[in-house]
Design a protein around this ligand. Structure first.
Ligand code: SF4
Length: 206
């Protein structure tokens, strides 16, 4: 997550770090205690990210505009993009044809909420997936992420194993400094799954 703003305007694309981020939903599967939106703030830097209406694939592509200036397109807002899997994939397919690199930042719960393995659908459309592991065990994960689904932690790990078969770059992340989170153990889990690991800093979008 990122620096906060008091802006209340809704934003679909927003530029950070040379990337174009796409904010396609405000809905989440988790209710993370550290999330700005559960602490009364909906902003990332100067951008207001609360969406009152969810944009269509056409809306998103039109809003994104000329993407030639960006390093990559990242599906990431203050909501879980795979909640709108069909829209995400439709937009990715259209942007793919422009030759841009596409990343999805996700909670890794898409297979759980869609009740099937959706990861083959990413093949050929998504270049990279960043999965929020957030903790090294279920107890600490549940404390920070407050999932509605009791199997969320194990589902996130299972998703990570599946998606690496279909997407060239998979990174699992955890936020350093959250109480009880053992970053070294998180790294060990990513190593065991066979994907990369990145330590995150709270309130910084990546
Ligand atoms: S998954 Fe991300 S956007 Fe959703 S509640 Fe957690 S931190 Fe917030």
């Amino acid at each position: 997550m990122a620096e906060q703003t008091k802006s209340c305007a809704s934003t679909i694309p927003y530029g950070l770090h040379g990337n174009c981020y796409l904010n396609i939903t405000s809905r989440c599967t988790l209710r993370c205690a550290f999330c700005p939106k559960f602490n009364g703030r909906w902003g990332v830097q100067q951008y207001g990210l609360r969406l009152y209406d969810e944009p269509s694939a056409d809306d998103i592509v039109a809003a994104a505009g000329d993407l030639s200036q960006y390093n990559e397109i990242v599906f990431c807002g203050l909501g879980e993009p795979t909640r709108r899997l069909d829209v995400l994939l439709a937009v990715a397919e259209r942007l793919c044809s422009e030759g841009v690199r596409i990343r999805v930042n996700t909670d890794g719960l898409a297979n759980l909420i869609h009740d099937r393995d959706v990861t083959p659908e990413f093949a050929g459309l998504v270049d990279a997936v960043s999965i929020s592991m957030n903790a090294h065990d279920e107890l600490i994960y549940n404390r920070h992420c407050r999932p509605r689904h009791p199997q969320a932690f194990s589902a996130m790990l299972a998703f990570s194993r599946c998606v690496k078969e279909h997407v060239p770059e998979v990174v699992m992340t955890a936020i350093d400094g959250l109480p009880g989170v053992d970053i070294t153990a998180c790294q060990g889990i990513a190593d065991e799954i066979g994907v990369a690991f990145r330590r995150r800093v709270l309130d910084v979008v990546g």
